[in-house]
Design a protein around this ligand. Structure first.
Ligand code: SAJ
Length: 443
């Protein structure tokens, strides 16, 4: 088979744009495609529209050298990657319309020998459905879900599994699963990703690869749901959940994640629904985890209410609005939801601080919430609610919190800061035992 020299990436978002960059860096000619004209114009100027460490400098260099060009319509290429959003509908069913729209726009430029890879997180069966749509639109070409090894267009599924904030390194280092609709499709996709992936590439079916991606995020959601359930148990028993988890994690085969104000972002809080929607009768644990994690903002509000003094109007400082630490992304953030729920009360003043943002997100505007810096908020507050464990908040002098009532949803001040259970009594063989990592918490 001929060498893959040109790649087109449809969708230049949080995954598509870094993927363009990494392919171009590995020596291929890359065409980035997006329906958003502003995004295309920006990329062609060497600028970026997302926040991701080191990506801006890289894009600028690649555009200057001509190895990356952006377009509003798919271009002819040896390989086409579809990396568009797959959101959920209000009833929690998956919306694959962007994948199908991408396939429709791609169909006219496809030619025999091309490879099409779906990367978007997708419900099981989407790759096959996409191939089916392409076959309808291009009856002159043979597709692998019908013609198997005799197909002349190759189709595969290969999900990304990178962590926002570490995308450029994780794209290269992480292992990948590759699910071709035929053996040749998988082999061609392996040839494509070998251009930059240093991790291992594992071949499986398209459907298994689709479920693997969903399983990874559903597993994390269930683990966090377990931690949040434990938090409720410990509160009921008057115990410290952080200490209980910290000590349980000293067991060599236990690794419980951290409780918090809920699960945010566009992956972990969404992907389990793709499995639940397909198998509602067989997903009790996943459904329970979703319920527990979605209810967390309400339990944080209940914790705040327990500290309120009904005799006077009080000021609440809410620290952190992003969906996880050390980033600016506030989309689907449980911290934003906590502040929104609190702002429904008329008897309190709310000060919100987010060191990575310049203003409140739109959803919190017009609700009487004052946006300020963390120290000012703490100074004026009766109750301080820590919602995100930003490094920034770890540097706050404990003196500033001395007379404040605290709701520390991340255990940053009340546990992690110097109160870990490291008062070990060395066992006889402890010198020989490898020290295991007890925490693999929010990155
Ligand atoms: N969270 C907790 N407790 C924890 C860990 C996380 O409450 O112990 C919360 C975070 O605060 C955040 C949410 O969960 O609100 C999700 O954050 P995350 O860091 O766990 O994950 P994401 O959404 O940034 O990225 C995930 C990753 N998936 C897994 O770790 C299995 C990433 O590798 C995927 O590529 C990404 O989803 C994706 O695109 O699917």
């Amino acid at each position: 088979m001929s060498k893959i020299g040109t790649v087109s990436v449809i969708g230049m978002g949080y995954i598509g744009l870094p993927t363009c960059a990494i392919f171009a860096k590995s020596g291929l000619d890359v065409f980035g495609v997006d329906v958003n004209e502003d995004v295309v114009a920006k990329v062609n100027r060497g600028e970026i529209h997302i926040v991701e460490p080191e990506l801006d400098g890289l894009i600028q260099k690649l555009v200057e050298t001509g190895s990356l060009k952006a377009f509003t319509k798919p271009q002819q290429a040896d390989a086409h990657i579809v990396a568009v959003p797959t959101p959920i509908m209000p009833d929690h069913s998956p919306d694959v319309s962007y994948v199908m729209a991408a396939a429709r726009s791609l169909a006219p430029v496809l030619k025999a020998g091309d490879l099409v890879v779906l990367e978007s997180t997708s419900p099981v069966g989407t790759t096959r459905a996409m191939s089916d749509l392409l076959a309808d639109l291009r009856p002159d070409l043979k597709f692998p879900h019908i013609y198997g090894e005799d197909a002349d267009v190759l189709v595969a599924y290969s999900p990304e599994r990178v962590l926002p904030g570490k995308v450029l390194t994780e794209l290269v280092d992480n292992d990948r699963s590759i699910g071709g609709l035929s053996k040749r499709s998988s082999e061609r996709a392996v040839a494509l990703y070998t251009n930059f992936v240093a991790g291992d590439l594992y071949i499986t079916s398209a459907e298994s690869a689709e479920l693997v991606k969903l399983t990874e995020n559903a597993f994390r959601d269930v683990n966090i749901g377990f931690a949040n359930e434990l938090a409720a148990v410990c509160q009921h028993m008057g115990l410290n959940v952080w200490e209980v988890i910290d000590l349980a994690n000293k067991h060599p085969r236990v690794n419980i994640l951290s409780p918090g104000p809920g699960v945010g972002g566009h992956c972990i809080a969404v992907d389990p629904y793709f499995i639940i929607d397909a198998a509602p009768e067989s997903t009790d644990i996943m459904q329970a985890a979703r319920r527990i994690n979605s209810d967390r903002p309400h339990s944080v509000v209940r914790d705040v209410e327990l500290l309120l003094d009904p005799s006077r109007r009080q000021t609440i400082a809410c620290l952190g609005l992003s969906f996880k630490p050390n980033i600016d992304d506030m989309r689907e953030s449980p911290a934003v939801e906590v502040v929104r729920l609190l702002s429904e009360r008329r008897d309190i003043e709310i000060l919100a601080a987010e060191p990575h943002a310049k203003a409140l997100p739109k959803s919190l505007e017009g609700r009487g919430i004052v946006f300020t810096d963390a120290l000012t908020a703490i100074d004026k507050a009766d109750i301080v609610v820590l919602l995100v464990d930003h490094r920034h908040f770890n540097l706050i002098d404990p003196e500033a919190l001395k007379d404040k009532k605290l709701v520390d949803t991340r255990g940053l001040w009340t546990w992690r800061k110097g109160r870990r259970t490291d008062a070990r009594i060395e066992g006889r063989n402890s010198m020989n035992r490898p020290r295991r990592r007890s925490t693999d918490k929010a990155a």
